[in-house]
Design a protein around this ligand. Structure first.
Ligand code: SAH
Ligand code: SF4
Ligand code: F3S
Length: 509
């Protein structure tokens, strides 16, 4: 029997989809690339913005026909919306057979089998974070999921792998839904993390991405011994097969000097830090319940650049949060210029039921204003990104080659994003627009693609095709190479740059 998974949301969800696929493959199922070849259709969902949820519900509505054409087929909704909406999903989308929360992936196979055998809907989700204050331990445990099955075939690229080092979030930013759908912050035991990374390395992983909603708040206490992210990085550094390590997302106040020094000094650490600022005005940061001021954030930016040579910093921003004035918005623009972010993910505020902002701060910024600010900030960020990339002209960088660029060229912006398209669709369009506004760069890339296509013809491993890879600071590099270079480290001399990429030629330099 075949299954197909569609994933939206952040990297947590991308990883969960891999883990769910591994559970199913382990039970004898086969993963396929298209829903029309599948008997089991899985949606891994995101609740961070309303738009992402509405898209899922309308897709589920359309799936009714798929199901009637395929007797015996099943539909599963997993992920953050499963945890948030629970039984409501069966009411809004009666074609759904199974609802499974992010903390119950290990029960997926059993639920699917039970749904098939009984023809009755099945559900497994964690306890409600706020209604179970009477039994916090049970609530916490219900969000845990340990020792997942890891399989190389579930990853798009064998040489790149993600590992979760912590579950949940305790920061409670007023606008956010994540603490309620992903549960309380819980750090995984270092020995479990290291064992999993050992497995991934044995499977061929050269680059490891450590995941957590506030990944640098990682803290595991065992008797007297406290393990922090720095200690984990030191241990991972001892695994010879692992060549690069990154971690996302970092919370600004937990970015200690020893962590920055470790990022500078360790063999495997890369000078790339995703530290979302969310806003550039103190009044807004306060209402957002981010526990820092813009001055502290700027100080962090300066510490990062002073400590780590060649560091690149990326951020998330929300525009149009409750009460945001034009002046406050301009302070966000100023922060983007000040911090010289490599890139930023920009979101229009979306009110989420049940959180602090929905109770206290009205969603009072009109959609057109949100949209305009979104576009304005993106345009500034694109300028800043373009300027930042120009420093690479004429320089040689080392990249980990990821693969042929065809798909990437269709959607450079998507490749560049931490969050899957469902969530940043409007941003993707804008970014692509911005890319098109840099005519000389686009032209030169088109020329490159055309010349690569001319030499390629029928595809054998050694023929020249346009390939992409990434620098240690996470910049995308486009070059003419061959498919068999995927997974290897190469040196590229940069001759063109755009806001979203560097381009150049293989070199021995
Ligand atoms: N844990 C990560 C982010 C997780 S959510 C962190 O704190 O860095 C990813 C991004 O979505 C957030 O950084 C924020 O910019 C955005 N986001 C979260 N809630 C949102 C909302 N209600 N409306 C719009 N954007 C939101
Ligand atoms: Fe959401 Fe804030 Fe936690 Fe990030 S740190 S997941 S934005 S509550
Ligand atoms: Fe990620 Fe969306 Fe859930 S951003 S944690 S998939 S709500």
């Amino acid at each position: 029997m075949n299954f197909y998974i569609e994933t939206v949301g952040c990297q947590m969800n991308t990883l969960d989809s891999e883990l769910a696929a591994a559970e199913l493959i382990n039970a004898g199922w086969t993963q396929v690339e298209s829903r029309k070849d599948a008997q089991l259709a899985i949606f891994n969902t995101c609740s961070v913005r309303e738009h992402a949820e509405e898209k899922i519900y309308s897709a589920l509505g359309r799936l009714k026909h798929w199901k009637t054409q395929k007797p015996g087929s099943l539909i599963v909704v997993m992920g953050c919306m499963a945890q948030k909406d629970k039984e409501l999903i069966f009411r809004r989308a009666p074609c759904v057979d199974v609802v499974v929360g992010p903390g119950q992936i290990d029960q997926l196979v059993a639920l699917v089998e039970r749904a098939a055998a009984t023809n009755n809907p099945q559900i497994a989700v964690s306890l409600d974070r706020f209604q179970r204050r009477d039994d916090p331990k049970a609530m916490k445990e219900s969000f845990r999921q340990y020792d997942p099955i890891r399989m190389a075939q579930t990853r798009p690229r064998v040489f790149q792998a993600m590992t979760r080092i912590m579950f949940g979030c305790n920061k409670f930013c007023s606008y956010c839904v994540v603490p309620s759908v992903r549960g309380p912050e819980q750090s995984r035991a270092p020995k479990d993390i290291l064992r999993e990374i050992r497995t991934l390395a044995d499977q061929g992983a050269k680059e490891i991405v450590l995941l957590g909603q506030t990944v640098n708040s990682y803290r595991y206490v065992e008797g007297e011994k406290v393990t922090r992210l720095v200690d984990l990085l030191v241990e991972i550094d001892k695994i010879p097969e692992v060549k690069r390590v990154r971690f996302v997302s970092a919370y600004p106040t937990d970015m200690t000097d020893d962590l920055l020094q470790a990022v500078r000094d360790l063999r495997t650490s890369t000078p790339y830090l995703h530290v979302p600022a969310q806003h550039g005005a103190n009044s807004m940061l306060q209402r957002m319940r981010r526990h820092y001021t813009v001055e502290q954030y700027k100080d962090l930016v300066e510490r990062i650049y002073a400590t780590i040579p060649g560091a690149s910093i990326t951020s998330d921003f929300i525009v149009g949060f409750s009460g945001e004035t034009e002046e406050e918005f301009q302070q966000t623009v100023d922060l983007v210029r000040f911090a010289r972010f490599k890139n930023s993910y920009i979101f229009k505020y979306s009110e989420r039921p049940g959180n602090e902002a929905s109770r206290k701060f009205p969603d009072d910024i009109p959609e057109e204003v949100k949209k305009r600010r979104n576009n304005e900030l993106l345009a500034v960020q694109n300028q800043v990104s373009y300027q930042g990339n120009q420093q690479f002209l004429g320089k040689t960088v080392e990249i980990l080659v990821e693969g042929p660029s065809k798909r990437e060229m269709k959607s450079v912006a998507q490749e560049e994003t931490l969050y899957e398209e469902g969530q940043v669709a409007d941003q993707t369009v804008d970014t692509m627009g911005a890319l098109a506004h840099v005519p000389n760069i686009t032209t030169s890339l088109e020329e490159m693609t055309a010349s690569a296509a001319r030499v390629s013809g029928a595809s054998t491993q050694a023929q020249t095709v346009q390939m992409t890879g990434r620098t240690p600071c996470d910049r995308i590099v486009v070059f003419n190479g061959s498919r068999d270079m995927a997974g290897s480290f190469r040196r590229i001399k940069i001759s063109h740059v755009g806001p979203m990429f560097l381009a150049g030629d293989l070199t021995e330099e």
